[in-house]
Design a protein around this ligand. Structure first.
Ligand code: ARG
Length: 446
């Protein structure tokens, strides 16, 4: 037959087996409490479902593609095990409210795993920041050396991004944490259901308010896909820096043996493959989001089979973001920062130019004028092939009579210390930010 297997989803939706069985058990228990099903039948069904759970976990469940999806596979197997009582399980339920209940349960636990993955990466970042607390490096804008910063300050920027990623996931969690079961196919159910009981059994904090919305809503899938896209953006930016920094040209980091690979023909190379693959895989996570937005956009209410297309992309985004978080945690634990290379680089690039301009401002010159003075001074130093600290006071004074002895004391340390505004790179600030960050990760035990 042409098109055989075209409608089947069992090859991938079998991942929902635990959620599907938990949903059925809660549903059947509720039916018995409400007198819709006898206590005996409910017990028989529950024990049959528990047996199926063991079969699947043990790898001996007889999956059948012709039964299309996880729901039909479980129900058909239940018939084989307990006989016709199995037919009572689907009372007051439709696959439309069942599948989205399963998927919501799945996304809730995926969010929890993602949060745990983020906290592990944040911990690795903090460990490196603490270990390298006194390392100074060039800070960049436009990838041009701009002003000196502490490496720890740079690393803590990623901690902040990951904090926002956690916020986003927690907000997404509040929206997915709603029970759709009881919505029936689309219009609700004629049976006296206790939806709150089912919600409680399954750990949902609320029940849905509109049956038509409940069976067709997949915003929670988009929420996860979007949140994971932003995480991948952050990881990809980190990856890009690690790739740049591990190059001969920068030489700021050396990747650990376990997180880099040699070239098959160039023995001297240590390629940052983990970082590159993480950067590359952001593309598929964005693709999943855009793909599923496109699937949803033209759908009339309520359930349409197109909705079955929610799963593969979602699972792929979950797998990609979890494995990338894990790989990057290992990569960061394993990385070595070269503090000498960073310091050497900091001494190039006239990075104290802004500090010199600020010095003249402290002597009363308007900033725009002092900017021009330092610009002229910098091109003089460049032609003389000297760095600022190699200039004499007399040379400084050729550009402005406001320069005094103190200008010779401007150095990396004074530049860092001066930036003590909240959020700045002054060592005292960075240390207190590190303590705050450490408290955050220590308070979350997932
Ligand atoms: N496999 C289907 C899905 O993933 C389950 C729901 C099917 N419902 C239906 N009325 N055909 O969406």
């Amino acid at each position: 037959m042409r098109g055989k297997g075209y409608t089947a989803s069992i090859s991938y939706d079998r991942r929902l087996y635990k959620e599907d069985i938990a949903g059925s058990i809660a549903h059947v228990k509720m039916l018995a409490r409400q007198g819709i099903l006898s206590g005996r039948d409910s017990k028989t069904i529950v024990s049959g479902l528990e047996a199926i759970l063991l079969e699947i976990a043990g790898g001996i469940f007889p999956w059948k593609e012709e039964l299309e999806d996880i729901h039909m596979n479980v129900e058909a197997r239940l018939h084989e095990i307990i006989g016709s009582v199995a037919g009572r399980m689907h009372t007051a339920r439709s696959r439309n409210d069942q599948v989205t209940t399963d998927l919501r349960l799945y996304v809730k636990s995926a969010i929890e795993s993602t949060l745990a993955g983020i906290v592990a990466l944040q911990t690795a970042i903090l460990d490196q920041a603490e270990k390298n607390i006194s390392v100074v490096m060039p800070g960049y804008t436009h990838l041009q050396m701009a002003q000196p910063v502490l490496l720890a300050h740079h690393l803590l920027a990623y901690f902040e991004m990951l904090e926002r990623d956690k916020d986003r996931l927690q907000e997404a969690f509040a929206r997915v944490d709603v029970l759709p079961l009881g919505s029936g196919a689309l219009a609700g159910s004629p049976y006296p259901l206790d939806r709150d009981f089912v919600a409680k059994e399954l750990g949902f904090s609320r029940i849905s308010s509109n049956s038509m919305d409940a069976v067709s809503d997949r915003d929670f899938v988009l929420d996860y896909m979007y949140s994971s896209s932003v995480i991948m953006t952050h990881l990809s930016r980190l990856a890009e820096e690690m790739v740049l920094w591990s190059s001969e040209e920068f030489g700021f980091v050396r990747m650990g043996e376990n997180h880099s690979t040699g070239s098959s023909i160039m023995p001297q190379k240590r390629n940052p493959d983990f970082a590159e693959l993480g950067r590359g895989r952001s593309g598929r996570v964005y693709g999943n989001l855009v793909g599923f937005l496109t699937t949803l956009k033209g759908l009339p209410l309520t359930y349409n089979r197109d909705l079955q297309e929610d799963k593969e992309g979602l699972f792929d985004s979950i797998d990609t973001v979890l494995s990338t978080l894990d790989a990057f945690t290992g990569m960061l634990e394993d990385i070595n920062f070269d503090s000498n290379k960073m310091l050497e680089a900091t001494e190039k690039g006239f990075m104290l130019a802004t500090d010199l301009a600020d010095y003249l401002v402290s002597k009363g010159l308007p900033f725009r004028e002092s900017y021009d003075v330092i610009k002229a001074l910098t091109s003089y130093a460049q032609t003389e092939k000297k760095s600022f600290d190699q200039l004499s006071l007399a040379e400084y004074q050729q550009f402005s009579s406001l320069f005094g002895d103190e200008v010779l004391k401007i150095d990396l340390e004074s530049s860092l210390m001066a930036r003590s505004v909240s959020g700045g790179t002054a060592p005292s600030n960075v240390k207190s930010e590190l303590r705050r960050a450490r408290k955050i990760v220590d308070s979350i035990k997932i």
